[in-house]
Write a protein that binds this ligand. Structure first.
Ligand code: CO
Length: 500
């Protein structure tokens, strides 16, 4: 057997373990009876340990060393190089440290849960501080250039740096902030039509129709309900989504379904023959999010999409919607209004939620900000950027699960995803003749094909910057997002007389 084949088989076995764990995790979120929580945690930790051991084992290193001088194709060489980089990086982290961190995460997660219920940050403070200490140490093991936070960013968004984020979030402050201020001065739109009674079963069926319309393959996946919508996959041939349905608010189901559907299209678009290899895995979290947000925002929250789809939605909910038209619906779904909760935010104010978390995380890793001062900092920034007074810790500093999982550097990928989405979509409109007519005709198949060809099928073959340049001719550029926002919101709000 060739060394490359041995390497592929080893990588596939590691993927088998990780994907089995993912199936258990999916079950935990969707169907698992509550009494099983303890054993399930143990089962997941056993599988994670096995996969880590197998990946960082000397045998993996030996195969990679042999392959360094082997005669390989460009694609094979790229898989080996990517794996070698990850191997060298994670090999440096001692097993005892991994175990210590895993225990600290369990403690922080439990106290976060308690603190959130009690709306009291102080119950979580000590465990968060202990976890942060370990994450600071982790930066030293993993290594970084420049800012220590770069080591954390690299876990989710390979090669992303503080220097690049400073430019992006600088634009958010300089250009998006005054634009939102202008919207606040204009005549406001109503989203009351979203907040009526909508039968849950009918919502479910309609969501499935939309998933089929955007090209989600139900023979290679399924949808279920969970309290926090998510997408998971066990291969490109089994990609599952979940949604959340609120009988009093149609937005919940619609946007979570299309958003997760967009994530799922990416996973279904990876090449099954590359299973277990870097070329068969999503590129970065920002790239993943670009796919969900392109379908959710650029397609799903567009007037074109609803000019095609509103009549059918009226058929499903005649009582609630017969008095309205596609334009009313388009305006209601895009209402801009600050919310203390990130996951409820509109697509403009959303980026200030991310900006706040990014600035806080950066200062934590600079050791400029102490955990004890986090809450005051958080509340002050919500006042500064969103004009909000935070009423308690549950709707403030405790709202997100991420830090309790030890995930620092994750939030920026949400904004990066939106910015990529705008840039990709602008290029797709140029490349695909009649794309917006297709969307109005409820047939966006050419868009999916474009995304598969240009993005999905490559997996981790290129760096994110390289891929973006190959597709759009330049690296990530905030101008595209700003242009998209200015065009779209000028058709929702009358901005002609305000903010001069
Ligand atoms: Co997402």
């Amino acid at each position: 057997m060739s060394t490359y084949k041995k390497f592929t088989e080893r990588m596939q076995k590691i993927a088998d373990i990780n994907n089995s764990a993912a199936l258990l995790q999916w079950d935990q979120e969707v169907y698992m009876p509550p009494k099983s929580a303890g054993r399930r945690a143990q089962q997941l930790s056993t599988l994670a340990g096995l996969a880590h051991e197998m990946f960082t084992a000397d045998e993996t290193g030996k195969l990679l060393d042999e392959l360094a001088s082997a005669n390989l194709s460009d694609d094979e060489r790229a898989n080996v190089a990517y794996t070698k980089e990850e191997y060298d990086k994670y090999k440096k982290v001692p097993k005892e440290f991994v175990e210590k961190t895993s225990a600290a995460v369990s403690r922080a997660f439990q106290s976060w849960n308690k603190a959130k219920q009690a709306k009291d940050f102080s119950l979580y403070e000590a465990d968060l501080e202990a976890l942060l200490e370990l994450k600071l140490q982790e930066c030293e093991y993993l290594g970084y250039e420049g800012h220590p936070y770069n080591a954390q960013l690299d876990i989710y968004e390979k090669n992303m740096t503080v220097d690049q984020l400073e430019v992006l979030f600088g634009q958010v402050k300089e250009r998006l902030f005054p634009f939102i201020e202008k919207i606040y001065q204009a005549e406001q739109v109503s989203d009351a039509l979203m907040h009526q009674s909508f039968d849950k079963d009918k919502q479910w069926d309609y969501g499935i129709e939309i998933l089929k319309q955007i090209g989600y393959d139900l023979d290679a996946g399924r949808q279920d309900v969970s309290s926090h919508p998510f997408t998971t996959n066990f291969s490109a041939t089994d990609v599952r989504v979940t949604t959340r349905i609120d009988a009093q608010n149609l937005s919940e189901m619609l946007w979570s379904t299309i958003h997760e559907g967009g994530h799922a299209l990416y996973e279904q678009g990876l090449k099954d023959e590359n299973y277990g290899l870097p070329s068969g895995s999503y590129l970065t979290l920002g790239m993943h999010e670009s796919q969900s947000r392109l379908w959710e925002n650029n397609v799903g929250r567009s007037l074109n999409f609803w000019q095609g789809n509103f009549a059918r939605l009226q058929e499903v909910f005649p009582e609630q919607l017969s008095q309205h038209n596609a334009t009313d619906f388009f305006k209601a779904m895009n209402k801009v209004q600050p919310s203390p909760i990130r996951t409820n935010a509109d697509e403009l104010t959303y980026h200030f939620h991310v900006l706040i978390r990014y600035e806080i995380e950066k200062e934590l890793f600079e050791k400029k900000l102490k955990v004890a001062d986090l809450k005051d900092k958080w509340n002050a920034m919500y006042k500064q950027y969103l004009g909000l007074d935070i009423k308690d810790d549950a709707e403030g500093i405790l709202q997100d699960i991420h830090w309790s999982h030890g995930s620092f550097g994750y939030f920026p990928t949400y904004s990066i995803g939106s910015f990529y989405a705008a840039q990709f979509y602008a290029k797709a409109v140029q490349d695909i003749e009649g794309l917006e007519d297709d969307i109005r005709a409820k047939n966006p198949a050419k868009l999916l094909e474009w995304l598969q060809t240009n993005i999905h099928q490559h997996g981790r073959r290129y760096k994110a910057d390289e891929l973006c340049k190959r597709v759009t001719g330049e690296i990530l550029n905030f101008d595209y997002f700003m242009r998209y926002v200015e065009d779209k919101y000028a058709s929702i709000y009358d901005l002609s007389g305000v903010g001069v």
